[in-house]
Write a protein that binds this ligand. Sequence first.
Ligand SMILES: [Zn+2]
Ligand SMILES: [Zn+2]
Length: 240
Amino acid sequence: MVYDWKAALAFFVTLVVLTVVGRRLVFLVPAYQRMREENYEVDRRKLSRGRFKKAVKASNNAGLYTNLAFYVTVLPFCISLETRPLWQYVVNILAVLMVFDFFYYLTHRFLFHGKLLRKVHSLHHQALQPTHIDALYVHPLETAIGLVLFLFSIPLVAAISGAPLNAFSMAVATLIFTQLNTLNHTYVNLPYFPFKTVDWITSIHAAHHVDMNRGNFATLTMVYDWLFGTLEKPVSRPAP
Ligand SMILES: [Zn+2]
Ligand SMILES: [Zn+2]
């Protein structure tokens, strides 16, 4: 095992650059810009409540420390700068995302909606009509658990494939994970071409937020909800 700090640094820089450039490009589209403004307006109202703001801060801190600890102690052992054929990047990215989503499905369904962590998870479910900020309105313990499930999918897939994974491909996997988790909670009302897919993604997770007895437990794809019979129809929403 090699502690490849250069690969970890390349991962981090790539993730930051992709996030910043991606956001710039996406919000060049006027329809997305409009939706962002609508979300921010509601977010500002929510954040004006002291308790809400405090909860978001605690979740952010939990995320920051969990990420930092992982990036310094585990990540450099399971990624490298070695290049691979393109198909291998695609397979590795999909594997990490699907492994995470499987464990997240089980955790969300049986721990967060089970007896053990229902109370912890109920904070996040106070958002009956989620907007952008509700992706961060999560108990710090839940934030840490969710992140650990994603982050440890990287060493798990590396161990299964028998070699460190490419740093750039893992930055892309992490970008998809973070952006989909945020998008899930965003209020989007664009049920027409070419925005239909984005509208559908947000309406699927909105159906989970209607109350704590709904399905749609996975967070990246609906494959596991479909397989295990907990798939709910998307809900169309009034403006929050
Ligand atoms: Zn839930
Ligand atoms: Zn949610």
